[in-house]
Ligand binder design. Structure first.
Ligand SMILES: *[C@@H]1O[C@H](CO)[C@@H](O)[C@H](O)[C@H]1NC(C)=O
Ligand SMILES: *[C@@H]1O[C@H](CO)[C@@H](O)[C@H](O)[C@H]1NC(C)=O
Ligand SMILES: *[C@@H]1O[C@H](CO)[C@@H](O)[C@H](O)[C@H]1NC(C)=O
Ligand SMILES: *[C@@H]1O[C@H](CO)[C@@H](O)[C@H](O)[C@H]1NC(C)=O
Ligand SMILES: *[C@@H]1O[C@H](CO)[C@@H](O)[C@H](O)[C@H]1NC(C)=O
Length: 353
């Protein structure tokens, strides 16, 4: 190595040290359609031209003295220079997925400095199905779908705002074209009513996108039904028993009444037959038997053959069937009165029962 070559190398190293160039941030992750920004700082104030490029495509040029001299597309620049330090910011508006790649800032005569740009995409997130009502203690599986994301979103779940342990859910993703469709399944035991929230996010997204449904846990229906069944059974049994008792009482009353009526009738019939018998033997009160007349002086009175019998007629001999029939009596009484010439009457009573 000759001396000139060594000096040249020293000069290059020295120039590199002097013209210190820095790009910040080194990694920028942004959402599609938002803007991306990078700062290029030069410590050596002796620079003349700054060139920005994106994925090896020229973006814009800045002159130290006059600023931005030409720009293309959606690239802009802002001057943040301070005394002793030059700083220019590159703004890429409405970044697209295809803008992802390398952003390079180069000072004319210096080395290019590279940074990374990642453009991501956020899509929709939704828990399949709406609010749910289940029995307490039941196992419930919620499925959350995230469509149109890039890259695959990271899922998380929250119950009443509290994060769910990772082992309670799993997630899977399928790339469809330029985007990814993902799904996550959460399996929990419904211990109480709660708000179930599914969250999906990508690094570029500040606040995760979420979907939420309400889980209503109701007490087990079975014991309640059993209680009601028991209640109904008891009610029905009591009602049936009451009805039966009423029926029995009614039957007993009915029987008693009929028996009393029957016994009354029997008593009456017996009394009647007794009366007749008494008449027959001449011991009882004769007024009951209308056809009965005792023999005696009274009868001798021939003027009046009509005695105490309503059916008495002055005739020599006649037979008078004296059938007395009342609804309660079934006895036939026939009285035969014989009147002899001597005026002595003979009576014969026949009672047929
Ligand atoms: C920049 O981001 C990419 C992807 O996100 C990563 O692989 C890389 O390591 C990051 N670089 C730095 C310097 O952080
Ligand atoms: C660039 O630097 C300026 C001034 O320090 C700061 O306000 C701005 O946020 C920076 N931009 C980026 C992308 O870091
Ligand atoms: C950039 O800002 C610095 C500090 O305010 C200023 O001195 C310089 O002239 C500006 N450059 C241009 C091109 O406007
Ligand atoms: C779910 O329940 C919440 C609160 O009870 C209610 O505000 C919301 O409208 C319900 N959603 C559906 C789809 O029924
Ligand atoms: C994910 O979870 C669901 C429900 O919890 C289960 O049926 C399925 O087998 C799980 N899949 C994997 C890959 O673990």
């Amino acid at each position: 190595m000759d001396i000139i070559g060594f000096i040249a190398l020293l000069l290059v190293v020295a120039e590199g040290v002097i013209a210190e160039v820095q790009v910040e941030p080194q990694n920028a992750t942004v959402l599609q359609h938002s803007e991306a920004r990078f700062n290029c700082s030069v410590s050596n104030p002796g620079w003349a031209v700054m060139i920005w490029s994106l994925n090896r495509v020229f973006a814009l040029t800045i002159l130290e003295t006059s600023g931005v001299v030409n720009s293309t597309g959606h690239f802009y620049a802002r001057n943040y220079s301070t005394a002793g330090k030059s700083r220019w910011e590159l703004i890429i508006e409405n970044v697209l997925r295809e803008d992802s790649g390398q952003v390079v800032c180069q000072i004319l005569g210096g080395e290019p400095v590279t940074a990374e740009l990642s453009v991501q995409e956020s899509g929709a997130v939704e828990i399949v199905g709406s609010n749910r009502t289940v029995t307490e203690g039941e196992r419930v599986v919620f499925q959350c779908l995230a469509a149109g994301w890039f890259p695959a979103p990271r899922f998380s779940w929250a119950l009443n705002g509290a994060p769910v342990a990772d082992d309670l859910f799993n997630s899977s993703s399928v790339e469809t074209g330029a985007v990814v469709n993902s799904s996550s399944s959460l399996s929990i035991t419904a211990s109480s009513s709660m708000r179930v929230e599914c969250l999906a996010t990508v690094p570029a997204l500040g606040t995760p996108r979420s979907s939420c449904v309400y889980l209503t846990a109701v007490k087990a229906v079975e014991p309640q039904t059993r209680d009601q069944t028991v209640l109904i059974a008891v009610t029905v049994s009591f009602s049936a028993a009451a009805l039966l008792v009423l029926f029995i009482i009614a039957v007993v009353f009915c029987c008693k009444r009929r028996k009393r009526a029957k016994s009354g009738y029997e008593k009456e019939a017996r009394a009647q037959s007794q009366r007749v018998k008494n008449t027959h033997t001449g011991e009882g009160q004769g007024h009951d038997n209308l056809g009965y007349v005792t023999e005696g002086p009274k009868v001798r009175d021939s003027n009046s053959d009509f005695t105490d019998s309503r059916y008495w007629h002055n005739s020599n001999s006649f037979q008078m069937p004296d059938v007395v029939r009342t609804p309660h009596e079934a006895s036939h009484a026939a009285s035969t009165v014989h009147v002899s010439d001597s005026g002595v009457r003979k009576h014969r009573h026949v009672t047929i029962v």
